[in-house]
Design a protein around this ligand. Structure first.
Ligand SMILES: NC(=O)c1ccc[n+]([C@@H]2O[C@H](COP(=O)([O-])OP(=O)(O)OC[C@H]3O[C@@H](n4cnc5c(N)ncnc54)[C@H](OP(=O)(O)O)[C@@H]3O)[C@@H](O)[C@H]2O)c1
Length: 249
Protein backbone atom coordinates (compact mmCIF):
# COMPACT_ATOMS: atom_id res chain seq x y z
CA UNK A 1 0.00 0.00 0.00
CA UNK A 2 1.00 3.62 -0.43
CA UNK A 3 2.69 5.39 2.50
CA UNK A 4 0.88 7.55 5.05
CA UNK A 5 1.79 10.78 3.23
CA UNK A 6 0.73 9.57 -0.18
CA UNK A 7 -2.56 10.59 -1.76
CA UNK A 8 -5.17 8.64 -3.65
CA UNK A 9 -6.13 9.92 -7.10
CA UNK A 10 -8.80 8.89 -9.58
CA UNK A 11 -7.97 9.77 -13.19
CA UNK A 12 -10.86 9.37 -15.64
CA UNK A 13 -9.55 8.97 -19.19
CA UNK A 14 -6.02 7.73 -18.56
CA UNK A 15 -5.15 5.75 -21.71
CA UNK A 16 -3.30 8.48 -23.62
CA UNK A 17 -2.00 12.04 -23.54
CA UNK A 18 -2.49 14.17 -20.43
CA UNK A 19 -4.37 11.44 -18.53
CA UNK A 20 -1.60 8.91 -19.16
CA UNK A 21 1.06 11.39 -18.05
CA UNK A 22 -0.90 12.21 -14.88
CA UNK A 23 -1.00 8.54 -13.87
CA UNK A 24 2.67 8.10 -14.71
CA UNK A 25 3.86 11.09 -12.63
CA UNK A 26 1.60 10.30 -9.67
CA UNK A 27 2.71 6.65 -9.49
CA UNK A 28 6.36 7.66 -9.73
CA UNK A 29 6.05 9.99 -6.75
CA UNK A 30 4.43 7.25 -4.63
CA UNK A 31 0.74 8.10 -4.82
CA UNK A 32 -2.00 5.53 -5.24
CA UNK A 33 -3.92 5.85 -8.53
CA UNK A 34 -7.20 4.48 -9.81
CA UNK A 35 -7.05 4.93 -13.57
CA UNK A 36 -9.93 4.48 -16.01
CA UNK A 37 -9.66 3.41 -19.63
CA UNK A 38 -12.45 2.65 -22.08
CA UNK A 39 -11.46 -0.96 -22.79
CA UNK A 40 -9.09 -2.45 -20.21
CA UNK A 41 -6.92 -5.29 -21.50
CA UNK A 42 -4.05 -7.25 -19.95
CA UNK A 43 -1.81 -4.44 -21.16
CA UNK A 44 -3.34 -1.96 -18.70
CA UNK A 45 -1.21 -3.01 -15.73
CA UNK A 46 1.10 -0.65 -13.87
CA UNK A 47 3.77 -0.97 -16.62
CA UNK A 48 1.35 0.65 -19.08
CA UNK A 49 1.89 3.91 -17.17
CA UNK A 50 5.42 3.61 -15.82
CA UNK A 51 8.61 1.57 -16.07
CA UNK A 52 9.67 2.85 -12.65
CA UNK A 53 9.91 0.41 -9.77
CA UNK A 54 6.48 1.03 -8.29
CA UNK A 55 4.45 -1.26 -6.03
CA UNK A 56 1.77 -2.76 -8.34
CA UNK A 57 -0.82 -2.41 -5.55
CA UNK A 58 -0.61 1.37 -6.02
CA UNK A 59 -2.49 1.18 -9.31
CA UNK A 60 -6.00 -0.08 -10.02
CA UNK A 61 -7.38 -0.03 -13.56
CA UNK A 62 -11.10 0.46 -14.07
CA UNK A 63 -13.31 0.53 -17.14
CA UNK A 64 -15.23 3.68 -18.02
CA UNK A 65 -16.60 5.08 -21.25
CA UNK A 66 -18.13 8.47 -20.45
CA UNK A 67 -20.38 8.15 -23.52
CA UNK A 68 -22.34 5.45 -21.70
CA UNK A 69 -24.41 6.09 -18.57
CA UNK A 70 -24.29 2.37 -17.83
CA UNK A 71 -20.49 2.37 -18.04
CA UNK A 72 -20.31 5.39 -15.70
CA UNK A 73 -22.63 3.70 -13.19
CA UNK A 74 -20.67 0.42 -13.33
CA UNK A 75 -17.38 2.25 -12.80
CA UNK A 76 -18.74 4.18 -9.81
CA UNK A 77 -20.18 0.93 -8.40
CA UNK A 78 -16.70 -0.66 -8.69
CA UNK A 79 -15.17 2.32 -6.87
CA UNK A 80 -17.76 2.04 -4.10
CA UNK A 81 -16.60 -1.56 -3.54
CA UNK A 82 -12.96 -0.55 -2.87
CA UNK A 83 -12.39 -0.99 0.84
CA UNK A 84 -11.96 2.23 2.88
CA UNK A 85 -11.50 4.31 -0.24
CA UNK A 86 -10.94 8.03 0.17
CA UNK A 87 -10.35 9.98 -3.04
CA UNK A 88 -8.11 12.92 -2.25
CA UNK A 89 -8.11 14.02 -5.87
CA UNK A 90 -10.34 13.19 -8.84
CA UNK A 91 -9.37 14.43 -12.30
CA UNK A 92 -11.99 14.06 -15.02
CA UNK A 93 -9.82 14.33 -18.09
CA UNK A 94 -11.61 12.37 -20.86
CA UNK A 95 -12.30 14.54 -23.87
CA UNK A 96 -12.59 14.69 -27.66
CA UNK A 97 -11.91 17.18 -30.40
CA UNK A 98 -13.07 16.30 -33.88
CA UNK A 99 -11.77 18.99 -36.24
CA UNK A 100 -13.29 20.97 -37.86
CA UNK A 101 -16.49 21.69 -35.92
CA UNK A 102 -17.76 25.01 -37.26
CA UNK A 103 -20.96 26.53 -35.82
CA UNK A 104 -22.11 26.99 -39.43
CA UNK A 105 -21.27 23.45 -40.49
CA UNK A 106 -20.93 20.89 -37.69
CA UNK A 107 -23.25 17.91 -38.14
CA UNK A 108 -25.93 17.08 -35.59
CA UNK A 109 -24.00 13.93 -34.64
CA UNK A 110 -20.63 15.64 -34.27
CA UNK A 111 -22.09 18.42 -32.13
CA UNK A 112 -23.80 15.81 -29.94
CA UNK A 113 -20.55 13.79 -29.74
CA UNK A 114 -18.62 16.78 -28.35
CA UNK A 115 -21.37 17.56 -25.84
CA UNK A 116 -21.78 13.95 -24.74
CA UNK A 117 -18.05 13.33 -24.26
CA UNK A 118 -16.86 16.71 -22.99
CA UNK A 119 -19.87 17.88 -20.95
CA UNK A 120 -22.51 15.28 -20.15
CA UNK A 121 -20.22 12.31 -19.44
CA UNK A 122 -17.83 14.20 -17.12
CA UNK A 123 -20.65 15.94 -15.21
CA UNK A 124 -22.73 12.78 -14.78
CA UNK A 125 -19.62 10.87 -13.68
CA UNK A 126 -18.95 13.48 -10.95
CA UNK A 127 -22.62 13.57 -9.96
CA UNK A 128 -22.77 9.78 -9.52
CA UNK A 129 -19.50 9.76 -7.60
CA UNK A 130 -20.80 12.46 -5.25
CA UNK A 131 -23.84 10.29 -4.49
CA UNK A 132 -21.65 7.52 -3.02
CA UNK A 133 -20.30 7.47 0.53
CA UNK A 134 -16.72 7.82 -0.77
CA UNK A 135 -15.08 10.88 0.84
CA UNK A 136 -13.82 13.15 -1.95
CA UNK A 137 -11.35 16.02 -1.55
CA UNK A 138 -11.33 17.74 -4.95
CA UNK A 139 -12.87 17.05 -8.34
CA UNK A 140 -11.00 18.77 -11.19
CA UNK A 141 -12.56 18.92 -14.64
CA UNK A 142 -10.07 19.32 -17.48
CA UNK A 143 -11.52 22.23 -19.44
CA UNK A 144 -9.89 24.42 -22.09
CA UNK A 145 -9.10 28.01 -22.97
CA UNK A 146 -11.63 27.45 -25.79
CA UNK A 147 -14.34 27.46 -23.07
CA UNK A 148 -13.91 31.10 -22.15
CA UNK A 149 -16.54 33.72 -23.01
CA UNK A 150 -14.50 36.47 -21.31
CA UNK A 151 -11.46 35.68 -23.41
CA UNK A 152 -13.17 34.56 -26.62
CA UNK A 153 -10.64 33.06 -29.05
CA UNK A 154 -11.93 34.44 -32.32
CA UNK A 155 -9.01 33.06 -34.33
CA UNK A 156 -9.94 29.47 -33.39
CA UNK A 157 -11.76 28.74 -36.62
CA UNK A 158 -13.35 25.28 -36.58
CA UNK A 159 -13.52 24.88 -32.78
CA UNK A 160 -17.16 25.90 -32.15
CA UNK A 161 -18.62 22.60 -30.90
CA UNK A 162 -15.50 21.84 -28.87
CA UNK A 163 -15.53 25.33 -27.29
CA UNK A 164 -19.27 25.11 -26.61
CA UNK A 165 -18.90 21.71 -24.94
CA UNK A 166 -16.16 23.00 -22.64
CA UNK A 167 -18.09 26.23 -21.88
CA UNK A 168 -21.08 24.07 -20.92
CA UNK A 169 -18.77 21.92 -18.77
CA UNK A 170 -17.58 25.08 -17.01
CA UNK A 171 -21.12 26.28 -16.31
CA UNK A 172 -22.24 22.90 -14.99
CA UNK A 173 -19.16 22.69 -12.77
CA UNK A 174 -19.82 26.20 -11.41
CA UNK A 175 -23.35 25.20 -10.53
CA UNK A 176 -22.07 21.96 -9.02
CA UNK A 177 -19.67 23.93 -6.81
CA UNK A 178 -22.43 26.34 -5.70
CA UNK A 179 -24.86 23.49 -4.96
CA UNK A 180 -22.24 21.63 -2.94
CA UNK A 181 -21.40 24.78 -0.96
CA UNK A 182 -25.09 25.24 -0.10
CA UNK A 183 -25.21 21.66 1.16
CA UNK A 184 -22.14 22.21 3.34
CA UNK A 185 -20.09 19.70 1.35
CA UNK A 186 -16.33 19.58 1.89
CA UNK A 187 -15.62 18.65 -1.75
CA UNK A 188 -13.88 21.27 -3.91
CA UNK A 189 -14.74 21.62 -7.61
CA UNK A 190 -12.09 23.04 -9.97
CA UNK A 191 -11.77 23.71 -13.69
CA UNK A 192 -8.35 23.55 -15.29
CA UNK A 193 -6.98 24.55 -18.69
CA UNK A 194 -3.91 22.30 -19.18
CA UNK A 195 -2.27 24.62 -21.74
CA UNK A 196 -1.49 23.72 -25.35
CA UNK A 197 -0.10 20.21 -25.03
CA UNK A 198 1.54 17.98 -27.67
CA UNK A 199 -0.86 15.03 -27.50
CA UNK A 200 -2.88 13.16 -30.12
CA UNK A 201 -5.59 15.79 -29.72
CA UNK A 202 -3.17 18.49 -30.80
CA UNK A 203 -2.25 16.66 -34.03
CA UNK A 204 -4.73 18.52 -36.20
CA UNK A 205 -4.34 18.43 -39.96
CA UNK A 206 -5.39 21.44 -42.00
CA UNK A 207 -5.26 24.05 -39.24
CA UNK A 208 -4.67 27.46 -40.84
CA UNK A 209 -3.77 29.30 -37.64
CA UNK A 210 -0.83 28.79 -35.30
CA UNK A 211 -1.19 27.07 -31.93
CA UNK A 212 1.23 29.07 -29.80
CA UNK A 213 3.20 27.85 -26.78
CA UNK A 214 2.79 24.11 -27.22
CA UNK A 215 4.52 22.05 -24.53
CA UNK A 216 5.25 18.41 -23.80
CA UNK A 217 2.74 16.52 -21.63
CA UNK A 218 5.35 16.22 -18.89
CA UNK A 219 5.64 20.00 -18.48
CA UNK A 220 1.88 20.58 -18.48
CA UNK A 221 1.10 17.76 -16.07
CA UNK A 222 3.79 18.69 -13.51
CA UNK A 223 2.28 22.19 -13.40
CA UNK A 224 -1.32 20.89 -13.37
CA UNK A 225 -0.63 18.68 -10.33
CA UNK A 226 0.97 21.56 -8.47
CA UNK A 227 -1.93 23.89 -9.29
CA UNK A 228 -4.57 21.34 -8.27
CA UNK A 229 -2.81 20.65 -4.97
CA UNK A 230 -2.54 24.36 -4.17
CA UNK A 231 -6.33 24.75 -4.03
CA UNK A 232 -8.84 24.32 -1.23
CA UNK A 233 -12.55 24.63 -0.52
CA UNK A 234 -12.52 28.44 -0.80
CA UNK A 235 -11.45 28.00 -4.44
CA UNK A 236 -14.41 25.80 -5.34
CA UNK A 237 -16.00 26.77 -8.65
CA UNK A 238 -12.93 28.55 -10.03
CA UNK A 239 -11.13 28.18 -13.39
CA UNK A 240 -7.31 27.98 -13.57
CA UNK A 241 -4.51 27.50 -16.04
CA UNK A 242 -1.93 24.75 -15.67
CA UNK A 243 0.54 27.30 -14.27
CA UNK A 244 -1.82 28.54 -11.58
CA UNK A 245 -3.22 31.69 -13.18
CA UNK A 246 -6.96 32.36 -12.90
CA UNK A 247 -8.54 32.06 -16.36
CA UNK A 248 -11.32 34.43 -17.51
CA UNK A 249 -14.78 32.87 -17.69
N1 LIG B 1 -3.89 18.80 -25.75
C1 LIG B 1 -4.26 20.07 -25.57
O1 LIG B 1 -3.59 21.01 -26.08
C2 LIG B 1 -5.47 20.40 -24.74
C3 LIG B 1 -5.79 21.76 -24.55
C4 LIG B 1 -6.87 22.09 -23.76
C5 LIG B 1 -7.63 21.09 -23.16
N2 LIG B 1 -7.32 19.77 -23.38
C6 LIG B 1 -8.16 18.76 -22.74
O2 LIG B 1 -7.34 17.85 -22.03
C7 LIG B 1 -7.98 16.57 -21.93
C8 LIG B 1 -7.03 15.48 -22.37
O3 LIG B 1 -6.72 15.72 -23.73
P1 LIG B 1 -5.41 15.14 -24.45
O4 LIG B 1 -4.75 16.28 -25.10
O5 LIG B 1 -4.64 14.28 -23.54
O6 LIG B 1 -6.11 14.28 -25.62
P2 LIG B 1 -5.87 12.80 -26.16
O7 LIG B 1 -4.43 12.49 -26.22
O8 LIG B 1 -6.69 12.75 -27.40
O9 LIG B 1 -6.53 11.87 -25.01
C9 LIG B 1 -7.92 11.92 -24.77
C10 LIG B 1 -8.23 10.96 -23.65
O10 LIG B 1 -9.65 10.99 -23.42
C11 LIG B 1 -10.14 9.65 -23.48
N3 LIG B 1 -11.51 9.60 -23.96
C12 LIG B 1 -12.01 10.07 -25.12
N4 LIG B 1 -13.32 9.74 -25.22
C13 LIG B 1 -13.63 9.04 -24.09
C14 LIG B 1 -14.80 8.42 -23.62
N5 LIG B 1 -15.94 8.41 -24.33
N6 LIG B 1 -14.77 7.81 -22.41
C15 LIG B 1 -13.62 7.76 -21.69
N7 LIG B 1 -12.47 8.30 -22.10
C16 LIG B 1 -12.47 8.94 -23.30
C17 LIG B 1 -9.20 8.96 -24.47
O11 LIG B 1 -9.36 7.55 -24.35
P3 LIG B 1 -9.20 6.56 -25.66
O12 LIG B 1 -7.73 6.24 -25.76
O13 LIG B 1 -10.04 5.38 -25.29
O14 LIG B 1 -9.71 7.30 -26.85
C18 LIG B 1 -7.86 9.51 -24.00
O15 LIG B 1 -7.39 8.83 -22.86
C19 LIG B 1 -9.25 16.69 -22.79
O16 LIG B 1 -10.37 16.92 -21.97
C20 LIG B 1 -8.96 17.89 -23.68
O17 LIG B 1 -10.13 18.51 -24.13
C21 LIG B 1 -6.25 19.41 -24.15
Amino acid sequence: MAGAESKTWLIVGASRGIGHELVSQLLKRGDRVLATVREPTGEHAITYWTDANVDPSHCITLKCDVLSEQSIDSCVAELAKVSQLRLDQVVINAGVLKYPNHATGVSYDDLAHHLHTNTIGPIVFAQRLLKTDIPIGTITFISSDSASMGSFREHEDGFAAYGASKAALNMMARHMAAELKRKGSSTTILLLHPGEVKTDMAKIEGLDWDVEGQMEPHESVTACISTIESKGLDDSGTFWTWHNKPYPW
